[in-house]
Design a protein around this ligand. Structure first.
Ligand code: SF4
Ligand code: MSK
Length: 671
C-alpha cells in the first residue's frame, strides 16, 4: 500500500478489521490486491467488451472509427462472444465442482473412500427421486443405502455427458418456466455439452448473431444453475449433511493468539470437512500442545468457509479480499486451498511470515506453494498430514496482529430448514413466507450474493444495499462472499432484526426466530435460492412462475466469471438481476446491453442490468419489487401497518416492575 499513492485503508474497506490490517500492510510495505488494483489502470477497451482475441488475425480493438474486426465481426458480436465465454468459464467451474462431488460419492459408495459416507439419507432419497434412481427393488423392499448412493452418483455423472433429452433437474422448476425453456430451445442438455457448444459457437467464424449467441449463454448458464451447481449442493448435503442453524463467529478476530491457526480457502468441501475432523483429533491437539500451542483453530475464507460454516459452524476469517490480510496478521500457520478464487499473491505475502501455503487440488497449483495432492481414498490421512505440518510451523510464529473484531452469526439456512422453520415438522412449507409477502409485512425478497472486488471499497456496497433493503422490510437471502460481508456486519442474528429491520420484517423475524438476512451457503448454493423461488411459485398467491415473484437478485461487488454464469441462469429462470460496482463487461455495446435487459425480459421474463451506484441499485430493486406486487394485485406496501405486534408490547411490558406493568396495560385502572 505504501509505495503507490492509492486509497487510504479507510477508503479501501468498510470492515474495521480489514482497515486495521491494511494499515499494518502500509507499515510493512506489503503488497495486497488492493494496492495492485490501485496500481493497475483497467484497460478501457477490454473493460467495455470491445476487444476480441479469439484468433491470430487480431487482437482486434473496436474503438474510434473501427466498426469491424479483421474477420468482419461487429462490436455486438464481439461483446456478446466475450460475455458468453465468461459464462462458459463460470459454468464450467461450478459444474466441475459438482462432478467432483459425484465422484466422491461414488468412491464412498463403492467402498474406496472409507472416510466418507451418506450423512443425510433423506436427501439421498429425495435426490434419487429427481434422478430417477429407484429406492426400492422389484419386491418393494428398500434398497441398501450404499446401492442407492452409488446409483445416484452414477446418475449425477450421467447428467454431465447426457446424450439425449434435457437435464432431469429441470423438472424442479415451475411448469410454466419449463415450458418457456423448451419453447425457446434453451432447455439444457448435457452439462458439458452446453459449455463445449458455447465455446464452439464463439470460436472464430461461427455464431455471428449476438442474440443467438446470448441464447446459448442462457442455455449454458442453466446447465450450471439447474445442473452442475444444483448437483453440487445436493451431493454435498448427502455426503456432509443438509445445513441447519448453528452458532458461529465471523471476522479476523476469530483467529487465536494461542492456538495453531489453519485457514481453509477455496470451494470444495471434500478436503476441508476432513481437516475439520483432523483438527478435532485428540492426538493432534496433544501434538499442538507439545509445540506450545493451546490447541488448533480452524477458520475459513471464501466459499470453503461457507461450506464448513453451514454444516460445522467453523468460523469465518473473512471474504475473498481478506485472504492476504489473514496472513498479514502473522498468526496463520497454514492456508490450505483447493480450487477457485485463490490469489497467486498469497505466496509472496506468506514468504514474509512463517505461513505455509498448501495447494491440494490436481487442478490448481501455485508456484512457491507446497503441493499435497488430495486423494479421497486417503482423505483423513492427508488432512492429518496437513494439520501436523501447520502445527510444526507454530514455534516459528513471530509477532501477531489479530484485530479484536468478530461478530456473532447464525448461518445454516438450507431451503429444507427454511421450510421447517416456517411450517414446522408436519407441514414444512413456504406458505407463511408467501402470506407475509401477500399481506405486505415482507415487501419482497432480495438475494444478495457474489464476491468482493478491490475496484470497489471492500464490503461497502454489500453493507449499503443490505441495510437499505432491511429498512424497507425486504427479506435478504445470501450466499458466497456477500453473505460473509453481512455476517461480519452482524446482520445474521435474530437480534439484528430488532435493530435494523423495518416493522413488518421485524414482526416476521420475531415470530419465527430467524435473522433478517439468511445465510444459504456457498456460491454453488445459489441453486438453493432457485429451489426456494420455485417453491414460492408453486405455493398459491405469488403467481405461477419465478418471474412473478417480487424478488431481485444482485451481486453488487462481483468480480468472477462465476457471477456472470449465476446472473445469467437467474435471469433465464425469470429473475431481475443487477450486477453492481462497475458499468459491466459489455458497457461499450448498447445493442448487447439492450439484448440482455429488454430482450431477455421479453424472452424469459428476467433481465440483467449493470449498475455502478449503490443508491441506484436499491432504487431499481425496490421499484421492481413494487411493480411485481402491483402486477399480482397485492396491497401497496405500507410500513405504517406493522410493528405493533402483541409480542413486542408483551416483551416490553414483562420487563416492567409490576406497578408500571399495570399502568401500561390498564392505564392505572384496577378493578
Ligand atoms: Fe479479430 Fe475476428 Fe479474430 Fe476476433 S475473431 S481477433 S474480431 S479477426
Ligand atoms: S468465493 S466466486 S469471490 S462469492 Fe465463492 Fe466469493 Fe465470488 Fe469467489
Amino acid at each position: 500500500m505504501a509505495k503507490k499513492k492509492g486509497r487510504t485503508p479507510e477508503e479501501t474497506s468498510r470492515d474495521p478489521a480489514a482497515v486495521a490490517i491494511l494499515e499494518l500492510a502500509c507499515e510493512l510495505e506489503a503488497e495486497t490486491a488492493f494496492a495492485r488494483a490501485d496500481a493497475i489502470v483497467p484497460c478501457n477497451i477490454g473493460s467495455q467488451g470491445l476487444c476480441c482475441k479469439h484468433c491470430a488475425m487480431g487482437p482486434c480493438r473496436l474503438v474510434g472509427t473501427v466498426e469491424r474486426g479483421v474477420c468482419g465481426a461487429t462490436i455486438s458480436t464481439i461483446a456478446a462472444r466475450n460475455f458468453a465465454r465468461s459464462v462458459a468459464a463460470g459454468a464450467a467451474a461450478h459444474s466441475d465442482h459438482g462432478r467432483d462431488l459425484a465422484y466422491t460419492l461414488l468412491e464412498a459408495a463403492e467402498g474406496h473412500a472409507p472416510d466418507y459416507g451418506v450423512s443425510d439419507p433423506f436427501k439421498l432419497a429425495e435426490v434419487a427421486g429427481y434422478l430417477e434412481v429407484p429406492t426400492r427393488d422389484e419386491t418393494g423392499a428398500t434398497r441398501p443405502l450404499g446401492e442407492v448412493a452409488r446409483d445416484v452418483a452414477l446418475a449425477a455423472l450421467k447428467e454431465f455427458g447426457r446424450t439425449h433429452g434435457t437435464l432431469l433437474y429441470l423438472k424442479r422448476a415451475p411448469i410454466k418456466r419449463q415450458r418457456i425453456w423448451h419453447e425457446l430451445g434453451i432447455a439444457p442438455r448435457g452439462i458439458d455439452r452446453e459449455v463445449v457448444e458455447l465455446l464452439h459457437r464463439t470460436n472464430i467464424g461461427n455464431d455471428q448473431d449476438p442474440d443467438h449467441i446470448l441464447d446459448q449463454a442462457m442455455r449454458c448458464a442453466l446447465a450450471d444453475g439447474w445442473g452442475g451447481s444444483m448437483l453440487a449442493t445436493d451431493l454435498t448435503d448427502i455426503l456432509f449433511g443438509t445445513p441447519a442453524p448453528v452458532y458461529s463467529q465471523a471476522n479476523l478476530g476469530v483467529l487465536s493468539k494461542d492456538k495453531v491457526n489453519i485457514i481453509i480457502h477455496g470451494h470444495e468441501p471434500t478436503l476441508s470437512e476432513m481437516i475439520v475432523a483432523a483438527s478435532q483429533d485428540p492426538a493432534l491437539i496433544e501434538y499442538a500442545k507439545s509445540k506450545g500451542a493451546q490447541g488448533i483453530q480452524l477458520a475459513g475464507i471464501c466459499c470453503t468457509a461457507n461450506e464448513t460454516l453451514m454444516r460445522e459452524g467453523v468460523p469465518l476469517a473473512g471474504n475473498f479480499l481478506m485472504q492476504e490480510l489473514a496472513i498479514l496478521t502473522g498468526a496463520v500457520e497454514a492456508i490450505v486451498v483447493d480450487v477457485q478464487c485463490i490469489f497467486e499473491g498469497l505466496v509472496p505475502i506468506a514468504q514474509r511470515f512463517h505461513t505455509e501455503v498448501i495447494t491440494t487440488s490436481p487442478k490448481a497449483r501455485v508456484v512457491g506453494a507446497t503441493h499435497i495432492q488430495f486423494d479421497e481414498r486417503r482423505a483423513l490421512e492427508i488432512a492429518r498430514e496437513i494439520v501436523r505440518r501447520a502445527i510444526d510451523r507454530f514455534p516459528l510464529r513471530g509477532e501477531t496482529h489479530i484485530p479484536d473484531i468478530r461478530s456473532q452469526l447464525i448461518p445454516g439456512f438450507s431451503h429444507e430448514y427454511i421450510d421447517y422453520a416456517l411450517g414446522g415438522v408436519y407441514r414444512g412449507s413456504l406458505r407463511p413466507l408467501n402470506d407475509a409477502i401477500i399481506a405486505g409485512r415482507i415487501r419482497g425478497v432480495v438475494a444478495n450474493i457474489g464476491c468482493n472486488n478491490p475496484r470497489v471499497c471492500h464490503d461497502s456496497l454489500h453493507q449499503y444495499v443490505v441495510t437499505e433493503f432491511l429498512k424497507n422490510d425486504i427479506l435478504v437471502v445470501e450466499t458466497g462472499c456477500g453473505a460473509i460481508a453481512s455476517a461480519k456486519q452482524g446482520y445474521m442474528t435474530p437480534q439484528a432484526a430488532l435493530e435494523v429491520a423495518g416493522p413488518g420484517l421485524r414482526e416476521v423475524c420475531e415470530t419465527v426466530g430467524i435473522p433478517p438476512v439468511l445465510h444459504m451457503g456457498a456460491c454453488v448454493d445459489n441453486s438453493r435460492i432457485l429451489t426456494v423461488l420455485s417453491q414460492m411459485a408453486s405455493e398459491t398467491g405469488l403467481g405461477e412462475d419465478i418471474s412473478d415473484i417480487p424478488a431481485v437478485g444482485m451481486a453488487p461487488e462481483w468480480m468472477s466469471e462465476k457471477a456472470l454464469a449465476i446472473a445469467t441462469y437467474c435471469v433465464a429462470s425469470g429473475a431481475y438481476v443487477i450486477l453492481g460496482g462497475s458499468s459491466g463487461p459489455v458497457s461499450g455495446c448498447e445493442e448487447v446491453l439492450r439484448l440482455m435487459s429488454e430482450g431477455w425480459e421479453k424472452k424469459v421474463g428476467g433481465r440483467l442490468e449493470f449498475v455502478e451506484d449503490g443508491e441506484e441499485i436499491v432504487r431499481r430493486a425496490i421499484a421492481h419489487i413494487d411493480r411485481k406486487r402491483a402486477a399480482l394485485g397485492l396491497p401497496e406496501y405500507d410500513a405504517r401497518k406493522w410493528g405493533r405486534s402483541g409480542d413486542r408490547r408483551m416483551s416490553y411490558i414483562l420487563e416492567l416492575p409490576f406497578e408500571e406493568r399495570i399502568e401500561a396495560v390498564y392505564g392505572g385502572r384496577r378493578s
